[in-house]
Ligand binder design. Structure first.
Ligand SMILES: Nc1nc2c(ncn2[C@@H]2O[C@H](COP(=O)(O)OP(=O)(O)OP(=O)(O)O)[C@@H](O)[C@H]2O)c(=O)[nH]1
Ligand SMILES: [Mg+2]
Length: 304
């Protein structure tokens, strides 16, 4: 590494819900750190991915999608996204090329335009449409915000991602690495376990059920045989949602548990025993304690 200066910095991935931010984080990190689903508003808090590119340590921050929030949970999610951008050295705006410049994207552009921050644009999902459609879309976006750089990528198949990583690595400020080079995230295992369960809920249930649900790890116990026992509670906002989550004879929650357990073995690097308990707790999405349990700040309490 002679000659090349050490670099390090935070890069926030921001965008409307479903733009592909978490897919891109996982692709860039080469590991599944953040959950992904076809539904909007999957990510609820910031997830850090730590990666090395030559002499640069890139600290990638996946954020919740930015939308017009109503519930306290939603407001906390959107705050977390903007804070991620404000704290970053570089903001990478992801726009879904298929849906283009929607009203939601317009609101984000307005705020970025006045932010005075370094902003790059990545048009994502370019695998889904013809190249000639990308030019007018790019023009309509770049006329709203003075992006430093523009990329066309597919987070799903990796097209353009290596070039983007090289450009990011070269653009970060010079300085020492802030995290050990062998770490890939700061996500605690308990939170990872809850997220993998929530991912299955987003994949296996529909309409308001995934949005009415939160998951908390109650205990995470190493066993003498090298396995781990995880007990998690699924909170639902209404009794109807509880019935759907449990399913006939417990079939749905069993399937959620089975799939989540299968996905946890690899990241936790040991056999997992997973026990799920479904509880009704109306108003959990307005409760500061439930938000803090997943690492969100209460938007109604001023931060010191
Ligand atoms: N075809 C295609 N699909 C993609 C691409 N990137 C992401 N997706 C899909 O888009 C959907 C949303 O992806 P996510 O990564 O969860 O999107 P997100 O921006 O993190 O969404 P929120 O967390 O809800 O804000 C998933 O079904 C992904 O598989 C891409 O490059 N091409
Ligand atoms: Mg996401």
């Amino acid at each position: 590494m002679s000659g090349a200066a050490s670099r390090c910095g935070f890069v926030a991935l921001v965008g409307a819900p479903n733009a592909g931010k978490s897919t891109l984080l996982n692709r860039m990190a080469g590991a599944k750190l953040s959950i992904v689903s076809p539904k909007a508003q999957t990510t609820r808090f910031r997830v850090l991915g730590i990666l090395l590119r030559g002499p640069a340590q890139i600290l990638l921050v996946d954020t919740p999608g930015i939308f017009a929030p109503r519930r306290k949970l939603d407001r906390a999610m959107v705050n977390a996204a903007w804070t991620g951008s404000e704290d970053a050295d570089l903001t990478l705006l992801l726009v879904d090329a298929r849906t283009g410049l929607t009203e939601q994207v317009g609101v984000i552009l307005d705020r970025l335009q006045n932010s005075g921050r370094r902003v790059w644009l990545a048009l994502n999902k370019v695998d889904t449409l013809a190249r000639e459609k990308l030019l007018p879309l790019t023009a309509s976006l770049t006329e709203r915000v003075a992006f430093e750089q523009v990329f066309m990528i597919s987070a799903a198949n990796g097209d353009g991602v290596a070039d983007l990583l090289d450009a990011v690595a070269a653009a970060l400020p010079e300085g020492p690495h802030l995290y050990p080079d062998d770490e890939i995230t700061d996500l605690p295992d308990r939170l990872l376990a809850a997220e993998i369960v929530r991912e299955q809920i987003f994949l296996q249930t529909h309409e308001e059920v995934p949005y009415g649900t939160t998951v908390e790890t109650e205990s995470f116990a190493e066993r003498p045989d090298g396995s781990v026992r995880i007990d998690a509670t699924i909170y639902v906002a209404r009794s109807g949602q509880k019935a759907i989550l449990i399913g006939e004879g417990g079939a749905r929650v069993r399937e959620i548990g089975a799939k989540a357990r299968a996905h946890l073995g690899q990241p936790l690097e040991r056999p997992v025993h997973l026990f799920l308990n479904v509880k009704e707790r109306s108003g959990w999405d307005e409760e500061g304690a439930r938000l803090r349990a997943i690492g969100l700040d209460d938007p109604d309490r001023r931060q010191p």
